[in-house]
Design a protein around this ligand. Structure first.
Ligand SMILES: CC(C)(COP(=O)(O)OP(=O)(O)OC[C@H]1O[C@@H](n2cnc3c(N)ncnc32)[C@H](O)[C@@H]1OP(=O)(O)O)[C@@H](O)C(=O)NCCC(=O)NCCS
Length: 164
């Protein structure tokens, strides 16, 4: 929720088509995906970047600063592919955490025998597109004017894929 609220703020690119989501819905969806084996449509897995509390406050909860997740296809015939998404809170960006998180997700996808990882990224999101290109993703489609945001912005979407 904190991360989504940062979309388009403080000079950073907009990266999500929605900024308001229900916490309970997100938790329920994650639990449903994470409980499924990779042989079942709708599976999901996630990795998080966690900041541990200082040793002076050992009882504080660790803070999640970023995540990468993989979502399997919703149909059996698409289970050789997964869709990747990633995001870090503002203070955690620019320190190679995004690269390492994405590499962790891709390593899992390779070890699981997936054939492709796909993703969608707003065309204007230069940092994310540069990260994906660095990882070997290639652009396969561009959908102009896919989203119209509340502030009137028209968002073009780029679809990318990586053959593993
Ligand atoms: C995209 C995002 C995950 C990158 O993570 P990060 O930890 O900041 O990036 P890293 O430090 O790991 O950088 C890895 C590579 O990404 C690219 N990159 C990262 N930040 C960049 C920036 N501001 N400008 C241009 N390229 C950038 C570079 O290729 C960089 O490699 P280099 O340092 O050798 O040039 C992060 O900016 C983020 O969470 N953004 C908001 C959410 C978002 O846009 N998610 C993607 C939605 S599709």
């Amino acid at each position: 929720m904190r991360h989504l609220a940062e979309s388009g703020r403080d000079g950073a690119p907009t990266f999500a088509p929605v900024t308001l989501v229900s916490h309970d819905d997100v938790v329920a969806q994650c639990e449903r995906r994470w409980a499924l084996p990779l042989s079942e449509p709708g599976w999901g897995r996630a990795w998080v970047l966690v900041e541990r509390p200082p040793t002076t406050y050992p009882n504080d909860r660790p803070k999640v600063l970023g995540h990468v997740d993989l979502r399997g296809s919703l149909v059996h015939s698409g289970l050789h592919r997964a869709e990747l998404s990633i995001g870090l809170e503002l203070p955690a960006r620019g320190a190679r955490h995004g690269l390492r998180l994405a590499q962790a997700g891709l390593a899992f996808a390779r070890s699981a025998g997936l054939a492709y990882v796909d993703l969608k990224v707003f065309a204007h999101n230069a940092p994310a597109r540069a990260l994906y290109e660095k990882l070997g993703f290639i652009e396969i489609a561009r959908i102009d004017d896919l989203f119209r945001m509340p502030d009137g912005a028209r968002i073009d979407d780029v679809w990318m894929t990586l053959a593993l």
